[in-house]
Design a protein around this ligand. Structure first.
Ligand SMILES: [Fe+2]
Length: 399
Protein backbone atom coordinates (compact mmCIF):
# COMPACT_ATOMS: atom_id res chain seq x y z
CA UNK A 1 0.00 0.00 0.00
CA UNK A 2 1.31 3.43 -0.90
CA UNK A 3 -0.09 6.96 -0.92
CA UNK A 4 -0.04 10.02 -3.09
CA UNK A 5 -1.27 13.17 -1.37
CA UNK A 6 -2.25 16.33 -3.20
CA UNK A 7 -4.29 19.47 -2.61
CA UNK A 8 -6.99 20.49 -5.07
CA UNK A 9 -4.96 22.55 -7.53
CA UNK A 10 -6.33 25.54 -9.44
CA UNK A 11 -3.78 27.12 -11.79
CA UNK A 12 -3.31 29.64 -14.56
CA UNK A 13 -4.47 33.19 -15.13
CA UNK A 14 -7.30 34.31 -12.79
CA UNK A 15 -6.96 31.19 -10.61
CA UNK A 16 -7.43 33.49 -7.62
CA UNK A 17 -11.04 34.08 -8.63
CA UNK A 18 -11.84 30.43 -7.90
CA UNK A 19 -11.92 31.29 -4.18
CA UNK A 20 -15.37 32.78 -4.78
CA UNK A 21 -16.60 29.18 -5.20
CA UNK A 22 -15.19 27.98 -1.87
CA UNK A 23 -17.69 28.23 0.96
CA UNK A 24 -16.73 30.13 4.11
CA UNK A 25 -17.64 33.55 5.41
CA UNK A 26 -14.79 34.30 7.84
CA UNK A 27 -11.28 34.26 6.42
CA UNK A 28 -8.13 34.31 8.55
CA UNK A 29 -5.37 35.53 6.23
CA UNK A 30 -1.77 34.66 7.06
CA UNK A 31 0.85 36.65 5.18
CA UNK A 32 3.95 38.79 5.63
CA UNK A 33 5.09 42.38 5.37
CA UNK A 34 6.65 41.93 1.96
CA UNK A 35 3.48 40.56 0.39
CA UNK A 36 1.65 43.50 1.94
CA UNK A 37 4.19 45.98 0.50
CA UNK A 38 3.83 44.47 -2.98
CA UNK A 39 0.06 45.15 -2.71
CA UNK A 40 -0.72 41.45 -3.23
CA UNK A 41 -2.57 41.38 0.04
CA UNK A 42 -4.81 44.16 -1.22
CA UNK A 43 -5.51 42.21 -4.40
CA UNK A 44 -6.84 39.39 -2.23
CA UNK A 45 -8.72 41.49 0.33
CA UNK A 46 -10.38 43.58 -2.44
CA UNK A 47 -11.75 40.37 -3.92
CA UNK A 48 -12.90 39.06 -0.53
CA UNK A 49 -14.73 42.35 0.09
CA UNK A 50 -16.32 42.11 -3.35
CA UNK A 51 -17.55 38.59 -2.52
CA UNK A 52 -18.93 39.73 0.83
CA UNK A 53 -16.47 37.79 2.98
CA UNK A 54 -15.16 38.94 6.34
CA UNK A 55 -11.48 38.66 7.10
CA UNK A 56 -8.84 39.13 9.76
CA UNK A 57 -5.12 39.53 9.04
CA UNK A 58 -1.94 38.12 10.55
CA UNK A 59 1.02 39.57 8.66
CA UNK A 60 3.86 38.98 11.11
CA UNK A 61 5.39 35.94 9.41
CA UNK A 62 9.15 36.20 8.97
CA UNK A 63 11.49 34.03 6.92
CA UNK A 64 12.23 30.72 8.67
CA UNK A 65 9.15 30.91 10.91
CA UNK A 66 9.93 30.63 14.58
CA UNK A 67 7.87 28.61 17.01
CA UNK A 68 6.86 31.65 19.11
CA UNK A 69 5.47 33.47 16.06
CA UNK A 70 3.49 30.41 14.93
CA UNK A 71 1.97 30.10 18.42
CA UNK A 72 1.08 33.80 18.35
CA UNK A 73 -0.72 33.31 15.01
CA UNK A 74 -2.51 30.29 16.50
CA UNK A 75 -3.89 32.46 19.33
CA UNK A 76 -5.13 35.12 16.86
CA UNK A 77 -6.79 32.42 14.78
CA UNK A 78 -8.49 30.84 17.81
CA UNK A 79 -9.82 34.26 18.77
CA UNK A 80 -11.19 35.02 15.28
CA UNK A 81 -12.74 31.55 14.68
CA UNK A 82 -12.53 31.46 10.85
CA UNK A 83 -13.98 28.88 8.50
CA UNK A 84 -11.29 29.58 5.88
CA UNK A 85 -7.59 30.03 6.54
CA UNK A 86 -5.83 31.65 3.58
CA UNK A 87 -2.04 31.59 3.35
CA UNK A 88 -0.75 34.22 0.91
CA UNK A 89 3.03 34.19 0.59
CA UNK A 90 6.08 31.97 0.22
CA UNK A 91 7.00 28.79 2.04
CA UNK A 92 7.36 30.44 5.44
CA UNK A 93 3.82 31.80 5.28
CA UNK A 94 2.35 28.51 4.07
CA UNK A 95 4.26 26.45 6.66
CA UNK A 96 3.06 28.81 9.39
CA UNK A 97 -0.50 28.40 8.13
CA UNK A 98 -0.27 24.60 8.23
CA UNK A 99 0.78 24.75 11.87
CA UNK A 100 -1.90 27.29 12.72
CA UNK A 101 -4.58 25.24 10.90
CA UNK A 102 -3.73 22.07 12.85
CA UNK A 103 -3.55 23.86 16.20
CA UNK A 104 -6.79 25.76 15.45
CA UNK A 105 -8.58 22.47 14.88
CA UNK A 106 -6.91 20.99 17.97
CA UNK A 107 -6.18 23.89 20.37
CA UNK A 108 -4.56 21.53 22.86
CA UNK A 109 -1.79 20.73 20.35
CA UNK A 110 1.62 22.44 20.28
CA UNK A 111 4.30 22.27 17.57
CA UNK A 112 5.61 18.94 18.89
CA UNK A 113 2.20 17.33 18.28
CA UNK A 114 2.45 17.91 14.52
CA UNK A 115 4.10 14.60 13.76
CA UNK A 116 3.53 11.66 11.47
CA UNK A 117 2.12 9.35 14.16
CA UNK A 118 -0.60 11.76 15.35
CA UNK A 119 -3.65 10.19 13.70
CA UNK A 120 -5.95 13.05 14.82
CA UNK A 121 -4.34 15.17 12.11
CA UNK A 122 -6.10 13.11 9.42
CA UNK A 123 -9.28 14.86 10.56
CA UNK A 124 -8.22 18.44 9.76
CA UNK A 125 -10.85 20.52 7.99
CA UNK A 126 -13.75 20.22 10.41
CA UNK A 127 -13.47 23.86 11.49
CA UNK A 128 -11.78 25.40 8.45
CA UNK A 129 -10.35 24.69 5.01
CA UNK A 130 -6.79 25.77 4.27
CA UNK A 131 -6.17 27.65 1.01
CA UNK A 132 -2.52 28.11 0.04
CA UNK A 133 -1.68 30.82 -2.48
CA UNK A 134 2.08 30.78 -3.17
CA UNK A 135 3.55 34.13 -4.20
CA UNK A 136 6.96 32.61 -4.96
CA UNK A 137 7.82 29.69 -7.23
CA UNK A 138 10.00 27.47 -5.14
CA UNK A 139 9.13 25.78 -1.90
CA UNK A 140 6.18 23.70 -3.12
CA UNK A 141 4.83 24.16 0.41
CA UNK A 142 1.33 24.50 -1.04
CA UNK A 143 1.53 20.84 -2.10
CA UNK A 144 3.39 19.17 0.76
CA UNK A 145 2.48 17.93 4.19
CA UNK A 146 5.58 19.23 5.95
CA UNK A 147 5.99 22.47 7.88
CA UNK A 148 9.49 23.71 8.69
CA UNK A 149 9.46 25.62 11.98
CA UNK A 150 12.55 26.92 13.78
CA UNK A 151 13.31 26.44 17.45
CA UNK A 152 16.30 27.84 19.35
CA UNK A 153 18.08 24.88 20.84
CA UNK A 154 21.60 24.46 22.23
CA UNK A 155 22.76 27.82 20.88
CA UNK A 156 21.55 27.39 17.28
CA UNK A 157 18.30 27.77 15.39
CA UNK A 158 17.21 24.24 14.69
CA UNK A 159 14.75 23.64 11.84
CA UNK A 160 12.06 21.21 12.96
CA UNK A 161 10.40 19.41 10.07
CA UNK A 162 6.90 18.74 11.32
CA UNK A 163 5.02 16.46 8.96
CA UNK A 164 1.72 14.63 8.63
CA UNK A 165 -0.33 13.73 5.55
CA UNK A 166 -3.28 15.61 7.02
CA UNK A 167 -1.35 18.91 6.75
CA UNK A 168 -1.70 19.08 2.94
CA UNK A 169 -3.66 22.28 2.22
CA UNK A 170 -7.22 21.80 1.00
CA UNK A 171 -6.57 24.02 -2.04
CA UNK A 172 -3.50 25.29 -3.83
CA UNK A 173 -4.20 28.36 -5.96
CA UNK A 174 -1.44 28.95 -8.53
CA UNK A 175 -2.09 32.37 -10.02
CA UNK A 176 0.85 33.61 -12.14
CA UNK A 177 0.03 37.16 -11.09
CA UNK A 178 2.00 36.69 -7.86
CA UNK A 179 5.43 35.38 -8.93
CA UNK A 180 5.68 38.14 -11.56
CA UNK A 181 7.05 40.46 -8.89
CA UNK A 182 9.81 38.17 -7.60
CA UNK A 183 13.24 39.81 -7.66
CA UNK A 184 15.92 38.08 -9.71
CA UNK A 185 18.03 36.63 -6.90
CA UNK A 186 14.94 35.18 -5.20
CA UNK A 187 13.77 33.76 -8.54
CA UNK A 188 17.09 31.98 -9.04
CA UNK A 189 17.36 30.71 -5.44
CA UNK A 190 13.82 29.38 -5.43
CA UNK A 191 14.16 27.94 -8.94
CA UNK A 192 17.21 25.98 -7.79
CA UNK A 193 15.20 24.82 -4.79
CA UNK A 194 12.59 23.43 -7.23
CA UNK A 195 15.34 21.59 -9.09
CA UNK A 196 16.74 20.20 -5.82
CA UNK A 197 13.27 19.00 -4.74
CA UNK A 198 12.67 17.20 -8.02
CA UNK A 199 16.14 15.70 -8.40
CA UNK A 200 16.38 14.50 -4.81
CA UNK A 201 12.82 13.11 -4.96
CA UNK A 202 13.73 10.94 -7.95
CA UNK A 203 16.10 8.78 -5.87
CA UNK A 204 14.82 9.35 -2.31
CA UNK A 205 13.54 6.29 -0.48
CA UNK A 206 9.89 7.30 -0.82
CA UNK A 207 10.08 7.60 -4.63
CA UNK A 208 7.18 6.15 -6.59
CA UNK A 209 5.74 6.26 -10.08
CA UNK A 210 3.52 9.28 -9.41
CA UNK A 211 6.27 11.34 -7.81
CA UNK A 212 8.80 10.44 -10.51
CA UNK A 213 6.49 11.52 -13.34
CA UNK A 214 6.05 14.93 -11.71
CA UNK A 215 9.74 15.26 -10.83
CA UNK A 216 10.85 14.68 -14.43
CA UNK A 217 8.38 17.28 -15.72
CA UNK A 218 9.46 19.80 -13.07
CA UNK A 219 13.15 19.29 -13.98
CA UNK A 220 12.36 19.79 -17.67
CA UNK A 221 10.45 23.00 -16.93
CA UNK A 222 13.20 24.44 -14.69
CA UNK A 223 15.90 23.79 -17.27
CA UNK A 224 13.76 25.37 -19.99
CA UNK A 225 12.20 28.34 -18.22
CA UNK A 226 14.58 29.42 -15.43
CA UNK A 227 17.19 30.72 -17.91
CA UNK A 228 14.40 32.57 -19.77
CA UNK A 229 13.21 34.26 -16.57
CA UNK A 230 16.85 35.02 -15.67
CA UNK A 231 17.10 37.08 -18.86
CA UNK A 232 13.57 38.47 -18.82
CA UNK A 233 11.85 38.52 -15.43
CA UNK A 234 8.64 39.81 -17.00
CA UNK A 235 8.17 36.84 -19.32
CA UNK A 236 4.66 35.74 -18.28
CA UNK A 237 4.69 32.34 -19.94
CA UNK A 238 8.02 31.38 -18.33
CA UNK A 239 6.84 32.63 -14.91
CA UNK A 240 3.61 30.64 -15.22
CA UNK A 241 5.47 27.40 -16.07
CA UNK A 242 7.98 27.90 -13.24
CA UNK A 243 5.09 28.43 -10.83
CA UNK A 244 3.56 25.13 -11.96
CA UNK A 245 6.98 23.43 -11.79
CA UNK A 246 7.36 24.48 -8.15
CA UNK A 247 4.11 22.75 -7.23
CA UNK A 248 4.92 19.68 -9.35
CA UNK A 249 8.25 19.36 -7.55
CA UNK A 250 6.40 19.93 -4.25
CA UNK A 251 4.10 17.03 -5.07
CA UNK A 252 7.12 14.93 -6.02
CA UNK A 253 9.19 15.49 -2.91
CA UNK A 254 6.14 15.81 -0.68
CA UNK A 255 5.33 12.20 -1.53
CA UNK A 256 8.83 10.83 -2.13
CA UNK A 257 10.91 12.98 0.21
CA UNK A 258 14.14 14.85 -0.30
CA UNK A 259 17.45 13.58 1.00
CA UNK A 260 20.92 14.78 1.94
CA UNK A 261 20.93 17.78 -0.41
CA UNK A 262 18.28 19.23 1.85
CA UNK A 263 19.92 17.83 4.99
CA UNK A 264 23.27 19.48 4.28
CA UNK A 265 21.58 22.58 2.83
CA UNK A 266 19.23 23.02 5.80
CA UNK A 267 22.12 22.80 8.25
CA UNK A 268 24.31 25.17 6.23
CA UNK A 269 21.44 27.66 6.14
CA UNK A 270 20.75 27.31 9.85
CA UNK A 271 24.38 27.83 10.92
CA UNK A 272 25.30 30.60 8.46
CA UNK A 273 21.86 32.21 8.00
CA UNK A 274 21.90 31.70 4.23
CA UNK A 275 18.71 31.42 2.11
CA UNK A 276 17.31 27.91 1.78
CA UNK A 277 17.21 27.70 -2.02
CA UNK A 278 20.78 28.97 -2.34
CA UNK A 279 22.05 26.32 0.08
CA UNK A 280 20.18 23.31 -1.28
CA UNK A 281 20.74 24.40 -4.89
CA UNK A 282 24.46 24.64 -4.20
CA UNK A 283 24.65 21.24 -2.48
CA UNK A 284 22.65 19.50 -5.24
CA UNK A 285 25.47 18.53 -7.56
CA UNK A 286 27.69 17.34 -4.70
CA UNK A 287 25.09 15.06 -3.13
CA UNK A 288 24.04 13.74 -6.54
CA UNK A 289 27.65 12.83 -7.25
CA UNK A 290 27.86 11.19 -3.83
CA UNK A 291 24.85 9.00 -4.71
CA UNK A 292 26.21 8.14 -8.16
CA UNK A 293 29.51 7.06 -6.57
CA UNK A 294 27.83 4.60 -4.22
CA UNK A 295 29.84 1.36 -4.23
CA UNK A 296 26.61 -0.49 -3.35
CA UNK A 297 25.37 -1.92 -6.65
CA UNK A 298 21.75 -1.86 -5.40
CA UNK A 299 21.71 1.94 -5.27
CA UNK A 300 19.22 2.94 -8.01
CA UNK A 301 20.74 6.41 -8.60
CA UNK A 302 22.75 5.57 -11.74
CA UNK A 303 19.81 3.90 -13.46
CA UNK A 304 17.35 6.64 -12.47
CA UNK A 305 19.52 9.59 -13.44
CA UNK A 306 20.64 7.85 -16.65
CA UNK A 307 17.01 7.47 -17.65
CA UNK A 308 16.37 11.11 -16.77
CA UNK A 309 19.30 12.20 -18.98
CA UNK A 310 17.95 10.10 -21.84
CA UNK A 311 14.34 11.24 -21.43
CA UNK A 312 15.36 14.88 -21.46
CA UNK A 313 17.58 14.39 -24.50
CA UNK A 314 20.86 15.01 -22.65
CA UNK A 315 22.15 11.54 -23.48
CA UNK A 316 21.55 9.14 -26.34
CA UNK A 317 19.34 6.15 -25.54
CA UNK A 318 22.18 3.76 -26.43
CA UNK A 319 24.58 5.49 -23.97
CA UNK A 320 25.69 3.33 -21.03
CA UNK A 321 23.93 4.23 -17.78
CA UNK A 322 27.00 5.39 -15.87
CA UNK A 323 28.08 7.86 -18.55
CA UNK A 324 24.50 9.08 -19.05
CA UNK A 325 23.90 9.58 -15.32
CA UNK A 326 27.00 11.77 -14.92
CA UNK A 327 25.68 14.02 -17.68
CA UNK A 328 23.05 15.14 -15.18
CA UNK A 329 25.84 16.64 -13.03
CA UNK A 330 27.26 18.34 -16.12
CA UNK A 331 23.85 19.85 -16.91
CA UNK A 332 23.40 21.14 -13.35
CA UNK A 333 26.87 22.74 -13.48
CA UNK A 334 26.05 24.38 -16.81
CA UNK A 335 22.77 25.71 -15.44
CA UNK A 336 24.58 27.12 -12.38
CA UNK A 337 26.99 28.97 -14.66
CA UNK A 338 24.24 30.29 -16.91
CA UNK A 339 22.37 31.70 -13.90
CA UNK A 340 25.43 33.07 -12.10
CA UNK A 341 24.46 30.82 -9.18
CA UNK A 342 27.08 30.15 -6.46
CA UNK A 343 28.97 26.96 -7.24
CA UNK A 344 30.74 26.37 -3.94
CA UNK A 345 30.35 27.22 -0.26
CA UNK A 346 33.10 29.84 -0.34
CA UNK A 347 31.01 31.72 -2.95
CA UNK A 348 28.50 32.32 -0.13
CA UNK A 349 31.07 34.49 1.69
CA UNK A 350 31.85 31.77 4.22
CA UNK A 351 35.55 31.46 5.09
CA UNK A 352 37.46 28.20 5.51
CA UNK A 353 37.95 29.02 9.20
CA UNK A 354 34.20 29.54 9.64
CA UNK A 355 33.47 26.21 7.99
CA UNK A 356 36.13 24.32 9.99
CA UNK A 357 34.97 25.84 13.27
CA UNK A 358 31.38 24.83 12.57
CA UNK A 359 31.95 21.47 10.91
CA UNK A 360 31.11 19.39 14.01
CA UNK A 361 27.96 21.43 14.63
CA UNK A 362 26.93 21.05 10.98
CA UNK A 363 27.41 17.30 11.05
CA UNK A 364 25.58 16.92 14.38
CA UNK A 365 22.66 18.86 12.90
CA UNK A 366 22.75 16.67 9.78
CA UNK A 367 22.17 13.60 11.93
CA UNK A 368 19.16 15.30 13.54
CA UNK A 369 17.60 16.19 10.16
CA UNK A 370 14.96 13.63 9.18
CA UNK A 371 15.47 13.93 5.42
CA UNK A 372 19.00 12.47 5.69
CA UNK A 373 17.63 9.00 6.31
CA UNK A 374 15.81 9.08 2.93
CA UNK A 375 19.02 9.03 0.89
CA UNK A 376 19.84 5.87 -1.07
CA UNK A 377 23.41 6.20 0.26
CA UNK A 378 23.67 7.01 3.97
CA UNK A 379 26.70 9.17 4.77
CA UNK A 380 28.92 8.52 7.76
CA UNK A 381 30.06 11.40 9.96
CA UNK A 382 33.28 11.62 7.97
CA UNK A 383 31.37 11.52 4.67
CA UNK A 384 29.22 14.49 5.74
CA UNK A 385 32.36 16.41 6.71
CA UNK A 386 33.99 15.61 3.39
CA UNK A 387 30.87 16.55 1.41
CA UNK A 388 31.03 19.99 3.07
CA UNK A 389 34.81 20.25 2.53
CA UNK A 390 34.51 19.35 -1.15
CA UNK A 391 31.51 21.67 -1.60
CA UNK A 392 33.54 24.45 0.00
CA UNK A 393 36.34 24.05 -2.54
CA UNK A 394 34.04 23.26 -5.47
CA UNK A 395 35.69 19.85 -5.97
CA UNK A 396 33.96 16.90 -7.62
CA UNK A 397 32.98 14.26 -5.09
CA UNK A 398 35.38 11.37 -5.69
CA UNK A 399 34.44 9.11 -2.79
FE1 LIG B 1 13.61 23.03 -0.44
Amino acid sequence: MWFFNSPNIVYGEDALDFIENITGSKCFIISDENVQKLSYLKVLTDKLEKWGRNFDLFTEVEPDPKEEMVLKAKQSCLKYKPDLIIALGGGSVIDTAKGVWAMYEYPEFGIDDLHIFNSSLYELGKKAKLIAIPTTSGTGADATYAAVISRYNDGVWQKLIQAHRGLVPTYSILDPLFPMGMPLSLTIDTGMDVLAHAMEAMVANGRNEFSNALAIKAIELVFKYLPIVYKDGKNKEARDYLHQAATMAGLAFGNANVHIGHTTGHCLGAVFQTPHGRCVGLMLKYVTQYCLNNPNKYDPSIEIYAKLAKQLGWAKWEEDDKTASYLVIKKVKELNKELGFPEKIQDLGISKEDLDQNLDTLVNLCFQDASGSMCPRLPSKEDFKNIYRYAFEGKDIDF
